[in-house]
Design a protein around this ligand. Structure first.
Ligand code: ADP
Length: 463
């Protein structure tokens, strides 16, 4: 299914939230206003009726025991227009004045208007209810006023217009907020989508093989910045791997070409009878074949790591004899270069894969021998404390530059390409050593200063 664009999703999301909020606010405020309004109108009707009754009470003259019917008539006719239907009784409940008797037609017309107004505006049915008020004069009841009005309340057009305007204001606020939310959503989405589109473009270019670091992304959120950094790191790692791969292809071709050319030309001379296949020439050929085998062996080592064939065969063994054995394997080289090798190791036993650890130590020692100039000094130190076994191979050889140091454990990485080639390394030894140590749950690191020497240490859990 086609996914919606971020812009559409954000705008729709913001719009929906605003719509829900406005709907809730409208419903809540309408309910509140309506109930308050109704309560107010009811109490207002009672107040007006009460005031009318108080006024009527003053229209009785106890001296003449008569009512001022002219005034009552005026007040009664006036009250009809406001929806109050008046009837005044004397103390013996004889009718003094009654609007319905006085002007029946006007009353009915007014009642009909009130009924239809309220049914139209409130869409609810009410009825006319009569309320009786005793009319006191000097603490004695002079008569009664029966005032009939529409219950629960009667509100005229003005009052309803006020309610309607309130609702219209809410609708207007809702509409403006909706537009605001959609526009804000669009702006936000634009700001978010732009760096994402750039990142998509950059990853596509990486997929097409353009591995150079792209432009820095300044906008966007912290997460996008992090993503951008991660993509940059990934493209740099890919770039490094690509360069290593290219260099390896070139190196392997070069490494193979020299011995193969030598072998071919020597064999050609021998085939044509120009050269005798004497032991010296044959051992020269053998050396070349050895160089080719060494390269193939390195490739195989790497392949074994890649194919995850690093299955460990752990045993408990003493480290000192192992170190002495390995050092003795390099006796010829160290003697030829006049190197001194110092071993500093107590009685330590380790639980690990003996052959693999031997391989790692051999790689470190062979590098120390390779990269230390004549008369140099190499030290192999082993110690165990706090459940951790540490082995350090240090030399006072040529050292490694700070730019190369972070990369030397990468496969096929060689700090000084031309010099390493002459020493026969293919940049695999340290990658293999690292894989072995990490398979044991350990760590390996190097410290070095160009011209002063290097020191390689690995640490393993010793039990
Ligand atoms: P190589 O077969 O080229 O020695 P390694 O993986 O063993 O490959 O080493 C990688 C690179 O690290 C070497 O090419 C070399 O430049 C550098 N290096 C390793 N050990 C030392 C050392 N003891 N002194 C100086 N440089 C070293």
């Amino acid at each position: 299914m086609k996914k919606l664009k971020l812009r559409t999703q954000l705008s729709a999301g913001f719009g929906t939230i605003v719509l829900i909020v406005i709907a809730l606010v409208s419903v809540a405020s309408n309910l509140l206003i309506k109930s308050r309004f109704e309560a107010y109108m009811e109490s207002e009707q009672q107040r007006i009726a009460g005031e009318l009754a108080e006024e009527l009470a003053t229209q009785y003259d106890p001296e003449t025991a008569s009512w001022n019917t002219d005034y009552i008539h005026g007040a009664g006719m006036y009250a009809v227009n406001d929806g109050y239907f008046l009837r005044v009784l004397d103390a013996e409940r004889n009718t003094v004045w009654d609007i319905e008797e006085h002007d029946m037609a006007c009353c009915e017309e007014m009642m009909e208007k009130i009924r239809s107004d309220m049914e139209r505006l409130r869409s609810a049915k009410g009825s006319f209810v009569s309320h009786e008020f005793p009319l006191y004069q000097d603490q004695t009841v002079a008569g009664y006023a029966q005032i009939k009005y529409y219950s629960p309340y009667y509100a005229n057009d003005n009052a309803f217009h006020f309610l309607y305007s309130l609702n219209m204001i809410l609708v207007a606020i809702g509409a403006v907020s909706m537009i605001g939310a959609v526009v804000t959503g669009l702006i936000f989405a634009r700001r978010m989508a732009r760096p994402i589109s750039k990142l998509i473009g950059r990853t596509r270019r990486i997929a097409e093989g353009e591995l150079s670091p792209g432009e820095e992304l300044s906008a966007g959120s912290a997460e996008l910045q992090e993503l951008s950094q991660a993509i940059t790191d990934m493209s740099q790692a890919l770039d490094r791997q690509e360069k290593l791969r290219q260099r390896l292809t070139g190196d392997v071709a070069h490494e193979l070409r020299t011995p193969l050319t030598n072998i071919a030309s020597h064999l050609e001379m021998m085939c044509e009878g120009i050269w005798e296949p004497d032991p010296q020439r044959l051992s020269g050929l053998y050396e070349e074949v050895q160089r080719i085998s060494g390269l193939v062996e390195d490739m195989e080592k790497l392949h074994r790591i890649d194919a995850d064939q690093l299955i460990l065969n752990r045993t408990v063994f003493d480290i000192e004899p192992l170190i002495r054995n390995i050092v003795s394997l390099f006796e010829n080289e160290t003697a030829a270069k006049g190197l001194t090798v110092e071993i500093n190791c107590g009685e330590i036993s380790v639980c690990a894969d003996r052959d693999r650890i031997a391989q790692a130590v051999m790689d470190l020692l062979s590098n120390a021998v390779k990269y230390t100039e004549s008369g140099g000094h190499i030290a192999v130190r082993a110690e165990s404390s706090g459940g951790i076994f540490r082995l350090t191979v240090s030399d006072d050889g040529i050292g490694i530059s700070p730019e190369d140091l972070p990369h030397i454990f990468e496969r096929f990485y060689r700090a000084d390409k031309s010099r390493s080639r002459s020493t026969g390394g293919s940049g695999v030894g340290l990658a293999v050593a690292k894989a072995i140590i990490e398979a044991h749950g350990g760590t390996i690191f190097a410290e070095s200063e160009p011209g002063k020497g290097s020191s390689f240490t690995f640490a393993l859990p010793s039990e």
